[in-house]
Design a binder for this molecule. Structure first.
Ligand code: TXA
Ligand code: MG
Length: 331
């Protein structure tokens, strides 16, 4: 059921539910999360079951503030503190060496843990209510509140449509960032950008004071991160990425027997067929990120079979959006 995330009574009830080992969905500034008490392995197992996600795919642990780092991390390098001071609360997840015995199930058994302090006021209020619940809950393990491999939810209604009415969902409106957090791995010495988001590599490097590497640049086994699987975030319809010119050419070639197609492009395109649904992509990366997943879901609801997307510019601020589009197209 969808609950008002600004209601103190709803927040208290959600905290009680979490303290009892049950699941609650909640809004963050990036996307909605499906939360369980990170310290309760049985509760965390319910997340994997609900999502249909393999149990070795680690979850992010959401914390109220920087003081909670030591509870979950075994080692907090100075660079972690610098990044936290610059970007928390906010859309940044840090991978750190895990503290022995802490959040084992949430971490999928890996020796590291992903930590993030979300900026959304409802998320913050929920974390506060959890800390004073009986028994207290100090971290919320939460993946995006969608079934495995699907597009992340950016509204409470999206979550309800994925999991049905039994799941309590705190409604905090549409997520202002719209794509998942930037993930930086600090467990290997040099910082590694595991998942691009709206915080850019340039912003990170300015604080790190050194280059932030790409996963391909570091040796060693990569942690299986579902957000880094090639095919992920996929809508039902098939997604294809093209430049504007190719898109117009493809539209010109469409015959009457063409399947239902949706177009999402920055360029003003002219489909000849009225069967083609056109949605204009905003000019800025931030505006596009905010609406991207909702737009993909709307296309699915309208029953389109193909989604043709104009590839956004190869510029730093578009890296997160380009990444999600490429993964959606790999599906
Ligand atoms: O913005 C977000 O990050 C959202 C909101 C709810 O906070 N959460 C999210 O969670 O996107 P999820 O589970 O859908 O994606 C988390 C990503 C996965 O790719 C996961 O593998 C990676 O974080 N991750 C978590 N812990 C990790 C770890 N210890 N090592 C490497 N990757 C990790
Ligand atoms: Mg996800």
């Amino acid at each position: 059921m969808i609950l008002d995330g600004t209601s103190p009574a709803a927040l208290q009830e959600a905290a009680r539910t979490l303290a009892a080992g049950e699941l609650v969905a909640f809004p963050t500034e990036t996307v909605y999360g499906l939360a369980a008490d990170a310290g309760n392995d049985a509760a965390v197992a319910r997340i994997f079951a609900a999502k249909g996600r393999p149990a070795d795919h680690p979850l992010i642990v959401h914390v109220a503030d920087e003081s909670q780092l030591d509870r979950f991390a075994g080692e907090v390098p100075p660079m972690a503190h610098r990044l936290v001071q610059a970007f928390w609360p906010g859309p940044l997840t840090l991978i750190l060496k895990r503290r022995d015995g802490a959040a084992a199930a949430a971490a999928g058994g890996h020796p590291t843990v992903g930590l993030r302090c979300p900026a959304h006021p409802v998320a913050h209020a929920l974390l506060e209510a959890c800390a004073s619940a009986q028994p207290p809950v100090h971290g919320l393990a939460a993946p995006s509140a969608n079934r495995f491999g699907r597009v992340s939810p950016t509204t409470a209604q999206h979550v309800a449509s994925e999991f049905g009415d039994a799941l309590p969902v705190l409604d905090g409106g549409a997520c202002p960032v719209g794509i998942e957090s930037t993930i930086v791995d600090l467990s290997r010495g040099a910082p590694v950008l595991l998942r691009p988001g709206m915080l850019t590599r340039e912003q990170l490097e300015a604080v790190c004071g050194e280059r932030v590497l790409s996963p391909e640049e570091v040796a060693g086994p990569a942690t299986r991160a579902s957000g880094t699987l090639e095919s992920h975030y996929a809508p039902q319809a098939r997604v294809r990425l093209m430049d504007a010119q190719m898109l117009q050419t493809a539209l010109d070639l469409l015959g009457d027997e063409a399947p239902r197609i949706a177009v999402y492009a920055r360029a003003p395109l002219r489909p000849r067929s009225s069967r083609v649904l056109v949605r204009r992509m905003p000019g800025s990366a931030a505006d596009t990120a905010r609406q991207l997943f909702a737009v993909l879901r709307e296309f699915d609801e309208q029953g389109v079979q193909l989604i043709w997307v104009e590839m956004p510019p190869d510029a730093p601020d578009w890296a997160g959006v380009r990444d999600r589009l490429k993964r959606a197209a790999a599906g």
